[in-house]
Design a protein around this ligand. Structure first.
Ligand code: SF4
Ligand code: SF4
Length: 339
């Protein structure tokens, strides 16, 4: 598709059209002095694309909510009544997604459609239209290029936007993106002369990281019990912040909330970094120390994903480094494990 252009001051009209048609518009906005992805209804609420590297939260929660009711149950004289919750997904436009994060939904899709199709996830995912914005700025924690992405990647984006002085040059990447641009022809217009894309950020590859060697090393079971793990992960306190903020982490738990007679079955985010995540009813815990839990997360990203889904489970967004209270840097492990 040919390039189109959306002016920054046309964003408000786009939000109005999307929301008045019953859709949601999610964009980086300020909440408790932090930039987060959240539903907005006016352009004034959208944080300037140059005022954040990445929002604090991942927008994975649109397709994979932190908590959701799967069904309600009630014990009756004749049995158990089950009242399933039907997911009705509204069109959800995500504006301002960084290219790293845009690539993450495919990783989640791989898990949620692997041995069982999670229709609640796929319905929500199909309703999402991702408008990514190429990164003009990056920080020390960004390492997208190390995992074969870049500030201009279009993987996972429906429409890729690149900032100019007064707006964005837009390229539709998917059929969904093309349909979106065509449906909003009033906002996406021809590119005016003189509107040139800003230079994108340079993100250096992390020295010493070799994803192939890393994968090969993780695949060897003799390395599973290497004392290096405990050494490298010693300071991890198991808070789980990395998993909750990571756009590709997907652990969940299913719990019944209520009584034996009535209640609801919920699906809640969980985290492999918590000690009780693998605690068996017998009291045995196969991941009984923190390094084993961190090792699991790391193996998931760099061995299990590449082997099972032919992709990396890490998009190099650096969120886990930024939120970690002890500054455990995943790229240090990637470097050490590449040797
Ligand atoms: S592991 Fe860290 S850097 Fe990789 S995708 Fe998750 S939060 Fe981002
Ligand atoms: S955020 Fe840091 S301390 Fe918390 S579980 Fe993750 S690596 Fe460990």
């Amino acid at each position: 598709m040919t390039e189109k252009y959306i002016a920054k001051d046309a964003l408000g009209a786009l939000i109005t059209v999307v929301t008045s048609n019953g859709g949601r518009f999610v964009a980086p906005t300020l909440d408790a002095r932090q930039v987060v992805y959240k539903e907005v209804t006016a352009a004034e609420a959208v944080v300037d694309v140059n005022d954040y590297i990445l929002p604090r939260n991942s927008y994975k929660e649109i397709a994979f909510p932190q908590t959701e009711v799967l069904y309600k149950y009630e014990l009756t004289r004749s049995g158990v009544d089950i009242d399933p919750v039907e997911v009705v997904a509204r069109q959800t436009v995500v504006f301002g997604a960084r290219p790293c994060e845009a690539a993450s939904l495919a990783s989640l899709n791989a898990v949620f459609t692997w041995d069982f199709i999670d229709e609640d996830f796929t319905k929500r995912e199909e309703s999402i239209v991702v408008l990514s914005v190429g990164c003009v700025n990056a920080d020390d924690e960004c390492f997208c290029t190390t995992v074969n992405l870049s500030p201009e990647s279009t993987t996972g984006a429906d429409v890729a936007l690149y900032e100019t002085e007064n707006g964005y040059v837009a390229t539709a990447i998917t059929e969904k993106g093309t349909a979106f641009v065509e449906a909003h022809a009033g906002s996406f217009v021809d590119v005016a002369k003189g509107e040139t894309k800003k230079t994108l950020a340079t993100v250096e590859k992390v020295e010493g990281v070799d994803l192939t060697k890393l994968g090969e090393r993780l695949a060897k079971t003799k390395n599973y019990d290497s004392p290096e793990w405990a050494e490298l992960v010693r300071k991890c306190c198991g808070c789980g912040a990395c998993t909750y903020s990571c756009p590709t982490c997907h652990c969940f738990d299913i719990t019944d909330e209520g009584t034996a007679f009535e209640g609801e079955r919920r699906k809640n985010w969980d985290a492999c970094q918590f000690d009780h995540f693998t605690l068996h009813a017998s009291g045995h815990n196969p991941r009984d120390t923190q390094y084993k839990r961190y090792r699991n997360r790391f193996m998931c990203k760099f061995h299990i994903y590449p082997t099972k889904f032919n992709s990396t489970g890490c998009v190099g967004c650096g969120r886990c480094i930024r939120v970690c209270p002890v500054r455990l840097d995943i790229t240090d492990l990637m470097t050490a494990m590449s040797k």
